[in-house]
Design a protein around this ligand. Structure first.
Ligand code: SAH
Length: 351
């Protein structure tokens, strides 16, 4: 019989397992859950308010997941820390700690690799290896907080992978993360970024969570978006906008749009005008990001002045847009690059 991953279980699922499979009283589930998600012990032996017999039973039937830090890169320019985290099967993902005025923010990965195929992105170069379990996403948060020595105040699902391509695991992760007996982080402080899997955006809207939805738009016309984001052939811009409007209507949460500026691809005045025409009537915010060049991709970032001109044009057209402040530019490179560098040559990122 394969063992059960306790770190991945929501409190209701754990309660059912503890009472059903183990035949133990219900309150034991709450005790175990708090050991795992609040005290964050790495073994059943440390759960000192459980009897030795119960600890043995748990050991025989279940296991806990913790992640370890394989590399830690600290920016010399700001307080950004990039972590290469090792999963139990030795695959690696990246997480980034960023210091903002309002506190510490963490960016985590949701998959090992990605199958969305965006042309400018490093994470998708080797395709999808596998999706992360809820336990592994929680492990990223817990290990990052251990490394930081303080709790995070906000979280973004914007690292490696497409969160909505790992839908149920991400939802279970968010349930545990936000539960009062678990990590107790309000979903108001969580953003989920997606390339635009519309059926899943619609499903998420029905749940009415407090999440902020961040849409990786990167182009306002189908021709340009098709050429850089294969997902657009399945869900085009009109379909995506319908899902975004529905999400706002159902949740009241303002959508945030990401627009990575790529020289000669989506950065002309006509592109700015198309963007403002598309989003004009919406209560939303646009983040402009000069693209991080990825060696294998051949994408170039526009000159600083061109980025400013693009932003100014959007502003003049009445769109709420800001150029994303760059953090950790000396250590981060494009998202997904550290994991790939590690796979190609385990020594080059060591310090
Ligand atoms: N799959 C999700 C979340 C991960 S990507 C998504 O697509 O939103 C996180 C963000 O980084 C997305 O907006 C993505 O388009 C952007 N991104 C990927 N590669 C980039 C690069 N080289 N430069 C700038 N942004 C990039």
């Amino acid at each position: 019989m394969s063992k059960t991953n306790l770190t991945s279980m929501t409190l209701p699922a754990l309660t059912e397992w503890v009472t059903g499979t183990l035949g133990e009283p219900k309150f034991r589930a709450g005790q175990i859950y708090r050991w795992v998600h609040q005290k964050r012990v790495g073994s059943f032996g440390e759960m000192t308010n459980l009897s030795a017999a119960l600890r043995k039973k748990l050991e025989d039937a279940a296991f806990l997941t913790t992640l370890t830090t394989r590399r830690r890169l600290e920016s010399r320019l700001d307080e950004t820390v990039k972590l290469l985290l090792e999963l139990p099967d030795r695959n690696c993902v990246e997480a980034v700690l960023m210091r903002y005025e309002h506190g510490l923010s963490l960016c985590i990965s949701t998959q090992v690799g990605c199958r969305m195929g965006c042309k400018f992105c490093a994470s998708t170069l080797g395709g999808l290896v596998r999706s992360l379990t809820p336990a592994e996403m929680l492990g990223e948060v817990y290990e990052a907080e251990r490394q930081a020595g303080e709790p995070i105040s906000s979280l973004v699902l914007m690292g490696i992978g497409e969160p909505l391509d790992n839908y149920q695991n991400v939802l279970d992760f968010l349930t545990i993360l936000s539960s009062p007996e678990g990590r107790n982080l309000s979903l108001r402080h969580v953003s989920l970024s997606t390339c635009g899997l519309c059926d899943r955006i619609d499903a998420l809207a029905e749940l009415g969570l407090g999440l902020t939805l961040s849409i990786s738009l990167h182009a306002a016309d189908d021709e340009t978006r098709n050429s850089i984001m294969p997902v657009n052939r399945q869900y085009n811009i009109a379909r995506l906008m319908a899902s975004c409007k529905n999400y706002f209507a159902k949740t009241g949460r303002r959508i945030s749009y990401e627009y990575a500026l790529i020289a000669g691809v989506n950065d002309s005045p006509a592109h700015a005008e198309a963007l403002s025409a598309l989003l004009g009537g919406q209560n939303c915010h646009v983040n402009l990001i000069p693209v991080n060049p990825v060696a294998e991709r051949g994408t170039k970032r526009p000159e600083k002045s061109a980025v400013q001109r693009f932003a100014a044009r959007l502003g003049a057209l009445g769109l709420n847009a800001t150029v994303r402040r760059e953090l950790g530019s000396d250590i981060a490179a494009a998202c997904g690059q550290l994991r790939r560098a590690e796979a190609d040559n385990p020594d080059i990122t060591a310090r």
